[in-house]
Design a binder for this molecule. Structure first.
Ligand SMILES: *[C@@H]1O[C@H](CO)[C@@H](O)[C@H](O)[C@H]1NC(C)=O
Ligand SMILES: *[C@@H]1O[C@H](CO)[C@@H](O)[C@H](O)[C@H]1NC(C)=O
Ligand SMILES: *[C@@H]1O[C@H](CO)[C@@H](O)[C@H](O)[C@H]1NC(C)=O
Length: 598
């Protein structure tokens, strides 16, 4: 057992863990985001005095209403109206900080629902195909936010029942249960995702004449502010609750250009002990196939889209679609309600799903994906997703992922610019191959890419520079980022590891082979953005090897770090970064939980 729960005492901890395992296996197949059962979040804090407690609650209320204008449904009465409304909703002063968060979350969910209504109302004003498509993107994206905020609210159960449960398990008051910490992590993941959707919505209007763009921006601005406030509240609450994670690194290590210390990293926590992992693994059953797709008619369906459409809605167990070898020319969308879908092919490069949409061809980046999945708990293995729009077609996504707790094993992702769109939520890639030219792994999900080949293809034109990543973190309180672990950066052409698509872009490359094409500077500024983001991004390299791995000539931006300390690097492992031990075992996908060399 990790030291994290040692203070709860032996016997009750073991029991709690067993309960957690059972719940997780159920939850992993749950119909929603795979939310764990509700738990008492942010419990266990202590204040010196009554006055200090009230001051904390008051500060939290102010934060919930920060920069709330009188626009939008939740903004009635502006910031002051917001404070007094939430004050009433939380049941008055002295009820603790959690009711404030819950009241703010309810308000924000209401605002998200209104935003869907407002944007839907704009649909009739769109006067060309580009705008119509952007409005459709927005409605879908705001729908994600509604779901994610709903999951967050569900995860915060009513306090009384939780207190009773925790009391029954003997965990009340003393240490907080693993469930609580997991629920706090889940909240963080879902709030981070609920912030990003609005930005993508607005981006879908780029290239239109801007008339609807401004109205859509106005329709989502309040929601964006409220979610950003929730993330700030989450951070504040984390600051007062016991963390319980093991040996947090306190040493400051010098990069080429400054120090990186644990205090700069948000506290992703939750360690699960390895006995739990073993139990979960032993309970795993062989995967059974539900339906077969085959082009020759030997299966129930001839196309993947058909099989997905006919799959059960809101499945609580994994539903396996076996796709026989062949090239399937189709664009597939696994929608939100298609949960726990598994696509199993007959091999990378053998079962191929291919399309050719691109921005140059009139699609939005979001909608260009050959294969797009938002249903939670998705898995794919032994299959290739391809976009054949070509090197000159600009953004042309092969695979877009908005599936929480999704896993990809031996999957090929092939395209040029913007090949893999890890748009939002927790994702894991293992033994995959992703190929492209510009920003070919991008988005604002929270993803670990492990033992995967990242291959740069020849540039479209002599001047084009290849960048592996363009990570799009926007808000310092989002827990998103890409961790590239034990990978091969196959750089046969001049290649940079990444460039900051957004100011808080975060990428760590660790224990990976970097090919000869990786340029000595390593990383690239965003074209035309000058110094923007170079101080706020977080790029790190830890113990890479190979001809491109030398760090002597690397960029000297304040946000770039050569990580020397294993404790810092371990923030970006499967165990810590995506809390993988809580959900990956149920996928059956092999993974390395920790650093390879400790
Ligand atoms: C306040 O909100 C407005 C519009 O909603 C936004 O443009 C502005 O950046 C926000 N200000 C801060 C300090 O967040
Ligand atoms: C970091 O560098 C500074 C000066 O460059 C030095 O004083 C300090 O001891 C170094 N810290 C560590 C942990 O190496
Ligand atoms: C899934 O839901 C849609 C409506 O949203 C319905 O048309 C469809 O028949 C359902 N599919 C199954 C397999 O139940």
């Amino acid at each position: 057992m990790a030291s994290s729960t040692s203070e709860s005492g032996g016997v009750s901890v073991t029991t709690a863990c067993l309960v957690v395992v059972v719940l997780l296996l159920v939850a992993a197949c749950g119909g929603n985001g795979g939310s764990a059962a509700a738990a008492a979040v942010f419990s266990g804090y202590k204040f010196e005095s009554h006055g200090e407690a009230e001051a904390f609650e008051a500060a939290l209320l102010q934060q919930a209403c920060f920069n709330v204008t009188s626009l939008g449904a939740a903004g009635r009465g502006g910031s002051r109206g917001c404070v007094s409304r939430l004050d009433t909703a939380r049941g008055g002063a002295g009820s603790g900080p959690v009711p404030v968060l819950r009241a703010a979350l309810r308000d924000t969910l209401g605002e998200a629902v209104s935003a869907v209504g407002a944007v839907t109302g704009l649909a009739s004003l769109s006067n060309h195909a580009g705008e119509e498509m952007a409005v459709r993107d927005c409605i879908e994206l705001l729908g994600y936010s509604v779901d994610e905020l709903g999951w967050a609210l569900d995860a915060m159960a009513e306090p009384d029942s939780i207190a009773e449960e925790e009391y029954a398990r003997g965990t009340l008051g003393s240490g907080r249960s693993a469930r609580s910490r997991r629920a706090e992590d889940d909240l963080h993941v879902w709030l981070s995702a609920a912030l990003g959707n609005q930005y993508t919505c607005v981006e879908s209007f780029h290239g239109t004449d801007g008339r609807l763009l401004r109205r859509v921006e106005a329709a989502v601005a309040q929601l964006t502010q409220l979610v950003s406030n929730l993330l700030a509240m989450h951070k504040r609450l984390r600051s007062i609750t016991p963390l319980h994670h093991h040996a947090s690194p306190t040493t400051h290590k010098n990069g080429t250009d400054g120090a990186v210390s644990s205090s700069e990293l948000p506290p992703w926590i939750t360690d699960v002990d390895d006995a739990e992992l073993a139990r979960a693994r032993s309970g795993r059953k062989a995967m059974r196939v539900d339906v077969v797709v085959a082009q020759d008619g030997s299966g129930r369906y001839r196309s993947v889209s058909e099989a997905v459409a006919q799959a059960p809605n809101h499945s609580k167990r994994r539903y396996v679609i076996y796709v026989k070898r062949g090239v399937y020319q189709e664009n597939v969308e696994v929608k939100k309600k298609k949960t726990n879908i598994v696509i199993v092919g007959e091999g990378m490069g053998e079962t191929i799903i291919t399309g050719s949409r691109s921005v140059a061809g009139g699609w939005t980046t979001f909608r260009s994906a050959t294969f797009a999945v938002s249903g939670a708990g998705f898995m794919a293995r032994d299959v290739t997703f391809r976009n054949t729009a070509g090197p000159a077609a600009h953004q042309a996504v092969a695979l877009r992922v908005d599936s929480d707790r999704s896993a990809f094993f031996r999957v090929g992702v092939e395209g040029h610019q913007d090949t893999l769109y890890a748009h939002s939520l927790r994702q894991f890639y293992r033994d995959c191959r992703v190929a492209g030219t510009v920003d070919f792994v991008f988005g604002n999900g929270i993803a670990v890419i492990q033992r995967t080949t990242l291959a740069t293809l020849p540039p479209a034109s002599p001047g084009q520079v290849a960048s592996v990543t363009a990570q799009g973190r926007r808000d310092p309180n989002q827990n998103t980022g890409f961790s590239i672990h034990s990978c091969i950066v196959e750089a046969k052409h001049p290649t940079y590891l990444g460039r900051p698509w957004k100011p808080f872009s975060r990428v760590v490359v660790m224990e990976s082979y970097l090919g000869a094409g990786v340029q000595s500077r390593g990383w690239l500024e965003w074209a035309g953005a000058g110094d923007a983001g170079l101080g706020t991004l977080f790029y790190g390299e830890y113990r890479n090897y190979g001809p491109g791995a030398g760090v002597a000539g690397r960029v000297r931006w304040p946000g770039y770090h050569v990580i020397m300390d294993a404790a810092v690097a371990s923030h970006f492992t499967v165990r810590r970064f995506i809390n993988g031990l809580a959900w990956l075992p149920s996928t059956g996908v092999t993974f390395t939980a920790d650093l390879v060399r400790k």
